[in-house]
Write a protein that binds this ligand. Sequence first.
Ligand code: AMP
Length: 281
Amino acid sequence: MKIISSIDQIRSELWNVKKNQKRIGFIPTMGALHDGHLSLVQTCKKNSDVCVMSVFVNPTQFGPQEDFTQYPRPVEQDTELARKAGVDFLFLPTQEEMYPTPPTVFVDETKLDQVLCGPFRRGHFRGVCTVVNKFLNIIGPHDLYLGQKDGQQLRILEEMVKQLHIPTKVIPVNTFREESGLAMSSRNQYLSVAEKQIAAVIYRALSSTRKIFESGETKTSTLLEHTKKILSQESSYQIQYVQLLRWSDLHETEMVVEKSILAVAGFLGKTRLIDNILLKS
Ligand code: AMP
C-alpha cells in the first residue's frame, strides 16, 4: 500500500494506473476506520482493479458547535487497517493541501438538503459536496463507493455526480452493523457499553417498522408512529427527527408506493447517532 499526502504525487501515481487501463475505485472517509468502512473496501476490491481510500477530517462539513476538534484521528491504526484490508493507495492530505487558501468556492446542493439532517446541520452537505468534488477532481476514479449508512449524503452525492456530469459511477454499499443491529460509526467510540446497548433501539425501531411495512402497512403516518413508539422505549435517546421520504426526491408522500427512506437522528448524551433503512415496495 502506498501512503501519499500530496495531490501532485497521487495524481502522477494514478496517471500510471490509468495508462494501464485499470479501473480505479475510490472510498472517501474521515478515518477512525471500522468494519463499516472496511466493507466498502471489500466491495471496491470486487468491482475495481485499484482501491484508493482517503482519510481526511474535512473542516468545512462541521458546524461551529460540532466535534471537529474532538473527532478521533488514530492515523497509525487506520493505516494498518487499510493495509490489511487491501487498500492500494491511502491518501492522507493535510488541511493545507486540501484548502491552501480559505475557501470561497463551494459546491452546494440546494434541494435534497432541505430535509432530514440538512436543517439541523446547516452547511454540512455543502462541505461534503465540496470536499468530495475536490477528491473526484484529484483522483478521477471510475467508481465512488459510499455507504447507505449516510443515506442523505449518498442521495445528494449521487445527484451531484449526475448534475455536474462527473464521469464516475456511484456504488452504494449496505450499512454494516454490530450484532445488536447498531450501525457501525466512528462516533460509536464516544459511547459507553451501556449507551451502546441503548443505541440498539434505533435499529430495532427501523427493522420492526420494516416488518409491518412488509406485512402490508403502507400509510406513512402509521409507519412513523410505529417507529417513534419503539424509539420511546429508550427515553435517553433524544429524537431529533424521524422521517419517511421517497428516495428519488426526498419528499414525504402519504403512502409508501415507491422506494423510500425511513431515517432517524437523535442524541444519546452528546453523541449524535443517525441510521436509516430503505423500504421498497
Ligand atoms: P465517514 O468516515 O463517516 O465519513 O464515512 C466514510 C464512508 O463510509 C461513507 O460513505 C459512509 O457512509 C461509509 N460508512 C460509514 N459507516 C458505515 C457503515 N456502518 N456501513 C457502511 N458504510 C459506512
